[in-house]
Structures are given as structure tokens and as C-alpha cells.
Design a protein around this ligand. Structure first.
Ligand code: C5P
Length: 234
């Protein structure tokens, strides 16, 4: 039996693709740089096609590329339903723009970097399942293989955190909608959304990430992604 008064449910996905990609040294914004003949953004959106329960997708791009008729969009398949909106000056502002454009009926929101363009759909599914199981926030993460130091402004070591307690986190990051809305309304800034949610005192769970969810930042990363796709080819 269905409850006519139950709040609508569904997964909303914000894909942030509005970065300039200056560290990649390309003439196009990073998400539109070709990887095996298609923009990174196209590869990133492929995973959503296989994700059950998606109700709304907001793709956040640079102001000049909001018109999907632009040649840079060739090879990008937009999921249905999707809206395309302009991003902001930093990642937090871009996520906020995407969040505002999502269908209000979504009770779970994922935020994904287009630059993590080869993230397997299984990672998305793990994150959604953990939010549905009750977590306020969920991030995929991998154990850290290097020893990590904290340093002061002069480069001197101030500490060596226990490596066993560290995780390198990826996207998609998933949240209960109300929690992420409140985190963005706080006016704080951070390099990921989980940090905003943590700052409000919520507990964030780390689930297993995937090496393929690495972020394309430099030309070497783009080569690595090209090699992965070539190895996948039948
Ligand atoms: O710069 P960084 O690699 O950390 O960016 C992570 C993701 O955030 C990328 O997918 C990038 O396109 C996106 N971003 C954005 N708007 C910005 C800056 C970054 O959508 N102003």
C-alpha cells in the first residue's frame, strides 16, 4: 500500500563541471577537454544512466557553455531529466547553484566532480545505499599509501598523523537533502561538501572508493585515463 502523504523520494545528482582546469593547460574548461574523443563530462555522466532512482540531475558548467548547442558539448549525452546551469567562482558556489536547480522532491543528493570522469556506477550505488541506510553524509575513500605530514607556513613538519586513520576521499559524496541544504546555507566554504556537513556537527561515513574515481587534474592524469579506457576496449 502506498502512503499518499509520504514525502516524495528520489536521488538528485549535482555534477560540477564549471572549473577552468588551468592545471591541465588546455584551451577548453577541463570538463570539456576530450578523453578518447569525448569530453570528460560525457564520460562522467555515463555512470548516471545505470543508477536506479535518479529523479533529477543538475549539470553545472562555465557561464559561456550553458547552451548545450555549443560545439563543446558534442559527444555528451545528458541524462533525462537534467538541467544545465552556470557555476560560480569556486566549487562551493557551483555546488550551491546545482543544488538550487534540483527537483525539490529529491530526498538524497549526490555531488560529483565531472573531473572524476571514470568513477564506476558501483561507487554511486554504495554511496546512495549508505545514505538510505541512515547516514547524514557519505563519502567514498581509499586508504592512504604515503606517510602524510602536516607542515607550517615555512614548510617545517608539525605532525605525522597515523596513516591507518587517513582516507583520501573522492566523489560522488551523498547526503540527506536537508543536511546538504543547511550546510550550503551556512555560508562556509570548503574543498568538498562533506567538510561543510562536518562543520555543522553531522557524522559523515566513509565507504570504499575506487582507484578509477581519481580526479583528472594534470596532463599525466589525462594520459592515465586514456590508458585505462584503452585497456577496457575489447
Ligand atoms: O578544481 P578542482 O579539480 O578541485 O575541481 C573539482 C570539480 O569542481 C571539477 O569537476 C570542477 O569542474 C568543479 N568546479 C566547479 N566550479 C568551480 C571550480 C571547480 O564546478 N568554480
Amino acid at each position: 500500500m502506498t502512503d499518499a502523504h509520504a514525502a516524495p523520494r528520489g536521488v538528485g545528482v549535482v555534477v560540477v563541471a564549471a572549473g577552468s582546469g588551468s592545471r591541465l593547460g588546455a584551451s577548453l574548461p577541463k570538463a570539456f577537454v576530450p578523453l578518447a574523443g569525448r569530453p570528460l563530462l560525457g564520460w562522467a555522466l555515463d555512470a548516471l544512466g545505470q543508477l536506479p532512482g535518479v529523479r533529477s540531475v543538475a549539470v553545472v558548467v562555465p557561464e559561456g557553455l550553458v547552451n548545450t548547442a555549443h560545439a563543446a558539448w558534442a559527444g555528451v549525452g545528458l541524462p533525462d531529466p537534467a538541467v544545465v546551469v552556470a557555476g560560480g567562482a569556486d566549487r562551493t558556489a557551483s555546488v550551491a547553484a546545482g543544488l538550487a536547480a534540483l527537483d525539490p522532491g529529491c530526498d538524497v543528493v549526490l555531488v560529483h566532480d565531472a573531473a572524476r570522469c571514470l568513477t564506476p556506477s558501483a561507487v554511486f550505488e554504495r554511496v546512495v545505499a549508505a545514505v538510505r541506510a541512515g547516514a547524514d553524509g557519505v563519502v567514498p575513500g581509499l586508504a592512504v599509501v604515503d606517510t602524510v605530514k602536516t607542515v607550517d607556513a615555512g614548510g617545517f613538519v608539525t605532525g605525522t598523523p597515523d596513516r591507518a586513520a587517513l582516507r583520501a576521499v573522492q566523489t560522488p559524496q551523498g547526503f540527506r537533502r536537508a543536511v546538504l541544504d543547511a550546510a550550503h546555507a551556512s555560508g562556509l566554504g570548503a574543498t568538498d561538501d562533506a567538510a561543510l556537513v562536518e562543520a555543522l556537527g553531522h557524522r559523515v561515513l566513509v565507504v570504499e572508493g575506487d582507484p578509477r574515481a581519481f580526479k583528472v587534474t594534470t596532463a599525466d592524469d589525462l594520459d592515465r585515463a586514456e590508458r585505462m579506457l584503452a585497456a577496457d576496449a575489447p
